[in-house]
Design a protein around this ligand. Structure first.
Ligand code: NAD
Length: 415
C-alpha cells in the first residue's frame, strides 16, 4: 500500500477523535468504510478514431444525515483509496458544518488537459451513464473538484436529464448560473475559508494588513482565495501551481497573475517574482500558508521546517497524521480541510435547495447564509478544541461524529 495512503489517514483521524466522544462508541466502526464503492470502465472513441478505456470510481461513504454528496475529480493520479478517503471527509465535512448531506466522491483516472473538448464531453457522459442508477437529487449529488468545472457539471446535468426524461437540476451542483447554478458558488470555497481564517486571526490577535500569505494551487480554490484576501488587505507573497512556485519580495496582484497564467499556462515567470522549489515554498516565513491543490503536501519529512503560523487547508487531505502531530507540538494552528473548505459544499447545498424549491436567491442572501454557517461552525469547533486541548481537526471530527452517530443511533444501523 502506498505511503501516506489517504484512506488510512482518514481512518486514523476517526480513531483519534473517537477518544473524545461523549456518546456511544461502538458504532464508530461503521464510519471507517464507505457503504458502497462503484468502479466503472469507460470506453471512449478518441478523436483519432481509436478506442481508449478509462477507469472511473464513485465512493458513497455514508448517507445517514442526507443524500450522498461530493465532487468528481479528473486527474491522472486518481486511485480508489484517494476517492474513498475523499468520500469519508465529505461525510465529516457536511456534519461538521451541519449541512444535511452524507458524503461521497468520484473520480476518473485521466489527464483532462490531454483531451479535446469533445473527448471530455464523451467521457463525462459515459461516466454518468455508468453510475446513473446510483446518483439523483435524493440519492447522490456530484459537484466539481480538481480539473472539473461548470462545463462538466452542465454535461452531467444534461446526460442525467436525457436518461431520466425529467428536468432534474438538483442532481448536480457547481453548475453555471445559466443552467440553474447558484450565485456565489464559484467563490464559495474560498469565501468560506476566508471567513474562518478571519475569525481565527482575531482570536490570536493577528491583523490582516500584517499577514503575509503563500498559496499552493491556483485553480478554483487557490485563485479565488488569493483574490478575496488581496482585496481584504492581506499580502500575497507566494503562489504555486502544478508547474512550479513563485515568490515576490513585494506583493502579488492575483488579478494580473490570472491573466499571466491564461497567457502562459502557469504562474512561472510572473513579473517581479523569482521561481523557487516546492520545498523552499513550503518553508517560507509567512503568516498563513494555504494548500489549495492536492493531498499529502505536509508530511513527516517537511512539517518540522514549516514556519507559517497558520495553515488554512482549502485542499482536502494536505496534512498527514505525522505532520499534524508536528504542527501541534510547534503550535502551528491548522484550520482543517473539513472546516476550511466547507464553504463549497455549503453553497452546493444552497444550490440544491434552490433547484428543488425553484426559488432563486440573491448573491447577498447566499453570502449572508454562508457567513452564518461558517462563523457558527468555527465557534463550535474552536471552543471544542479549547475544551479538550485538542487540534481543530480532532475537534471538527468530534463535532461531526457526534452528529452522525446521533443519527445512526436514532435511526438504527440497518441490521
Ligand atoms: P482546480 O482544478 O480548479 O485547481 C487545482 C490547482 O492545483 C491548479 O492550479 C493546479 O495547477 C494546482 N496543482 C495541481 N498539482 C499541483 C502540485 N503538485 N503543486 C502545486 N499545485 C498543483 O481544483 P480546485 O477545485 O481548486 O481544488 C483544489 C483543492 O481544493 C482540492 O483538494 C479540492 O478537493 C479542494 N476543494 C475544492 C472545492 C471546490 O469547490 N472547488 C471545494 C472543497 C475542496
Amino acid at each position: 500500500m502506498a505511503k501516506n495512503n489517504p484512506f488510512l489517514t482518514a481512518q486514523k483521524q476517526i480513531d483519534l477523535a473517537s477518544k473524545y466522544l461523549e456518546i456511544d462508541h461502538d458504532l464508530v466502526e461503521i464510519l471507517k468504510e464507505p457503504q458502497r464503492v462503484v468502479e466503472v470502465a469507460l470506453p471512449i472513441r478518441m478523436d483519432n478514431g481509436k478506442i481508449k478505456i478509462f477507469r472511473g470510481f464513485r465512493s458513497q461513504h455514508n448517507n445517514y444525515r442526507g443524500p450522498y454528496k461530493g465532487g468528481i475529480r479528473f486527474h491522472p493520479d486518481v486511485n480508489i483509496d484517494e476517492i474513498k478517503a475523499l468520500s469519508v471527509w465529505m461525510t465529516f465535512k457536511c456534519a461538521a458544518v451541519g449541512i444535511p448531506f452524507g458524503g461521497a466522491k468520484g473520480g476518473i483516472i485521466v489527464d483532462p488537459h490531454k483531451l479535446s473538448k469533445a473527448e471530455k464531453e464523451k467521457l463525462t457522459r459515459a461516466y454518468v451513464d455508468k453510475i446513473f442508477e446510483f446518483i439523483g437529487p435524493y440519492k447522490d449529488i456530484p459537484a466539481p473538484d480538481v480539473y472539473t468545472d461548470g462545463q462538466i457539471m452542465s454535461w452531467i446535468l444534461d446526460e442525467y436529464n436525457h436518461i431520466s426524461r425529467e428536468h432534474n437540476p438538483a442532481v448536480v451542483t457547481g453548475k453555471p448560473v445559466a443552467v440553474e447554478g447558484s450565485l456565489g458558488r464559484d467563490t464559495a470555497t474560498s469565501m468560506g475559508g476566508v471567513i474562518v481564517l478571519d475569525k481565527l486571526l482575531k482570536r490570536i490577535g493577528i491583523e490582516r494588513d500584517k499577514a503575509s500569505v503563500a498559496i499552493q494551487g491556483f485553480g478554483n480554490a487557490g485563485a479565488n482565495v488569493a483574490d478575496i484576501l488581496y482585496h481584504q488587505g492581506f499580502k500575497i507573497v507566494a503562489v504555486a501551481d502544478s508547474k512550479g512556485a513563485i515568490v515576490s519580495r513585494n506583493q502579488i496582484d492575483p488579478h494580473a497573475l490570472v491573466e499571466h497564467k491564461k497567457k502562459t499556462g502557469s504562474v512561472i515567470g510572473f513579473e517581479s517574482t523569482r521561481t523557487v522549489s516546492t520545498d523552499e515554498f513550503l518553508k517560507l516565513d509567512v503568516t498563513v500558508i494555504i494548500p489549495a491543490a492536492l493531498e499529502n503536501v505536509f508530511t513527516a519529512e517537511n512539517a518540522d521546517s514549516v514556519k507559517a503560523k497558520v495553515i488554512l487547508e482549502l485542499a482536502n487531505g494536505p496534512s498527514t497524521i505525522e505532520a499534524d502531530e508536528i504542527f501541534h507540538k510547534k503550535k502551528i494552528l491548522v484550520i482543517p480541510d473539513i472546516l476550511a473548505n466547507a464553504g463549497g459544499v455549503t453553497v452546493s447545498y444552497f444550490e440544491w435547495a434552490q433547484n428543488l424549491s425553484r426559488d432563486y436567491w440573491t448573491l447577498e442572501k447566499v453570502e449572508s447564509r454562508l457567513q452564518e454557517v461558517m462563523s457558527s461552525s468555527f465557534e463550535t469547533i474552536y471552543e471544542k478544541s479549547l475544551q479538550h486541548s485538542i487540534t481543530m481537526r480532532v475537534a471538527a471530527f468530534v463535532v461531526a461524529m457526534e452528529r452522525i452517530l446521533s443519527s445512526i443511533n436514532l435511526r438504527g444501523n440497518g441490521n
